[in-house]
Design a protein around this ligand. Structure first.
Ligand code: ADP
Ligand code: YYY
Ligand code: MG
Length: 238
């Protein structure tokens, strides 16, 4: 947590960070509990087709979280005809990652609109930029709206769905949701981006002891049994 906070703080003006730290010390609070309502976040990460969306639906049903899929928010933005839509569409078709500002704005809006205090966010952060910008934006939000909106800077934990590429490829080719990126050419690009850009994020959280790794190659009900155990065993989440 401290490392993330320090990294985020580097992106902010120093007087602002100093003010924030002093204010926090005065109020005897920490970054996970800034008075008022706490918004808890769990990140769900894993390669394309590892079963993130499928398992998040199960988790929502059993544990009362609001599920936000970064990919679905981006697809909705394309379909809404927004000015960024064409650009987002092109990036997704190329299997690349959309600039963080766009994705984070959509996530923040959805969190505020959701009005819940527990969110499970799937497919985010997908690269180091996603992670660092999310943390810095959260810190700014905390500073700006000190008593109004308190979203944790860091997730409670990260669920990592570990699945072989062979199995993920099979699932994506059979997904049948009419997605422009579920074709073999884009799938291969997405696997490459996952290994090069997303795995380092998982490793970062692993180094902080925050990752709960799940064998996602098994059939969906068995995978959910694993999620369920991990959710129940985590105090204060359910
Ligand atoms: N454990 C599983 N075994 C077999 N197929 C699965 C499993 N989990 C999900 N699927 C199927 O694989 C495809 C991709 O799953 P999805 O949840 O959309 O993954 P992701 O969000 O990680 O891309 C979907 O068609 C889904 O029904
Ligand atoms: N944080 C994110 C999440 C998704 N995207 C883009 C790039 C991804 O290939 C697509 C689709 O993401 P999505 O999570 O829906 O895909 P999968 O469920 O892993 O198959 O959206 C992004 O740019 N940034
Ligand atoms: Mg998905």
């Amino acid at each position: 947590m401290r490392g993330g906070l320090v990294a985020s703080a580097r992106l902010l003006p120093r007087p602002l960070v100093r003010w924030f730290l002093q204010r926090r010390a005065q109020l005897d609070i920490n970054e996970n509990m800034l008075g008022g309502k706490k918004v808890k976040i769990i990140f769900v990460l894993g390669g394309p087709g590892s079963g993130k969306g499928t398992q998040c639906s199960n988790i929502v049903e059993h544990f009362g979280f609001i599920h936000l899929s970064a990919g679905e928010l981006l697809r909705a933005e394309i379909n809404s005809g927004s000015e960024n839509g064409t650009m987002i569409d092109t990036i997704i078709k190329e299997g690349k990652i959309v600039p963080s500002e766009i994705t984070i704005k959509l996530l923040q809006e959805a969190i505020i609109k959701g009005g819940n205090d527990k969110y499970i966010i799937d497919g985010f952060p997908r690269n180091e930029e996603n992670r660092a910008v999310f943390e810095s934006v959260q810190l700014q939000t905390l500073v700006t709206y000190f008593q109004l909106l308190q979203i944790n800077i860091s997730p409670e934990f990260v669920l990592f769905f570990d699945c072989s590429e062979e199995e993920m490829e099979r699932r994506l080719l059979g997904r049948n949701q009419g997605r422009s990126d579920d074709n073999i050419e884009t799938i291969r690009k997405r696997f490459k981006v996952f290994v090069e850009s997303s795995l380092p994020v998982i490793e970062y959280y692993e180094s902080k002891g925050m990752v709960k790794k799940i064998d996602a190659t098994k059939p969906a009900p068995e995978v959910f049994e694993d999620d369920g155990k991990r959710m129940k065993f985590t105090n204060g989440i359910t």
